[in-house]
Design a protein around this ligand. Structure first.
Ligand SMILES: [Fe+2]
Ligand SMILES: [Fe+2]
Length: 230
């Protein structure tokens, strides 16, 4: 029987470390965004403030974990690239928060960003170095909890949130496809294929929309929005 051999990844090659400097920055910035967003959501949903402060705390722990992954490979994250990468979603979250649009804020952070993180971390785990794999396995479990928070809140408020969710989806989902395109080449160097990332994102996001109360037809329409233009 021929044996399947995994393609060895050289974690110390200059090519790997160069790509890692951007991917690592994206992840660190993403965790920082998540922290800031949950703190903000706590201000917008005072009855959930403590709960949301707990989620924020996890995000800060994730950020520190991923910073140690970069240090472990002696990679300096390109934080300017990371901030640039999140700029559009960051702006949309800030605008929604200023207008008191809690549903839009929840869609951006608890659905879109969490599903993006879940997809990326799940695809990364099998190709990560041993140190980063252990960290990422711990992190992804927390991200499912965060996604669940958003689902539960939006499910409980589905009828009043539905129109705003559709709107926010239309505005923000195309940004995710753009972000995925921007990161395709670097992700491939790390052993992560774009198709797998898209598929994992669609599954997580579609399941979330279903749990919230959307019909299959709505989900098909919403979860692919902007994909063909990407
Ligand atoms: Fe996180
Ligand atoms: Fe999270």
């Amino acid at each position: 029987m021929p044996q399947l051999e995994a393609i060895a990844i050289d974690f110390q090659s200059e090519t790997y470390k160069d790509a890692y400097s951007r991917i690592n920055a994206i992840v660190i910035e993403g965790e920082q965004e998540a922290y800031d967003n949950y703190i903000k959501l706590g201000e917008m949903l005072p009855e959930q403030k403590e709960n949301l402060a707990g989620l924020a705390k996890m995000e800060m722990r994730h950020k520190k974990g991923f910073q140690s992954c970069g240090r472990n490979l002696t990679v300096t994250p390109d934080m300017e690239f990371g901030r640039e990468f999140f700029a559009s979603l960051h702006q949309n979250f800030q605008d929604a928060a200023t207008q008191g649009k809690v549903v839009t804020c929840l869609l951006i952070q608890s659905l879109i960003i969490e599903c993006f993180a879940i997809a990326a971390y799940n695809i990364y785990i099998p190709v990560a170095d041993d140190f980063a794999r252990k960290i990422t396995e711990g992190v992804v479990k927390d991200e499912y909890l965060h996604l669940n928070f958003g689902e539960e809140w939006l499910k409980a408020n589905f009828e009043t949130s539905k129109a705003e969710l559709e709107d926010a989806n239309r505005q923000n989902l195309p940004i995710i496809w753009r972000m995925l395109n921007q990161v395709t080449d670097d992700a491939r160097v790390l052993g992560m294929e774009k198709e797998a990332l898209v598929e994992d994102f669609m599954i997580a996001y579609g399941e979330a929309l279903s749990n919230i109360g959307f019909s299959t037809r709505d989900i098909m329409r919403m979860s692919a929005y902007g994909l063909t233009a990407a």
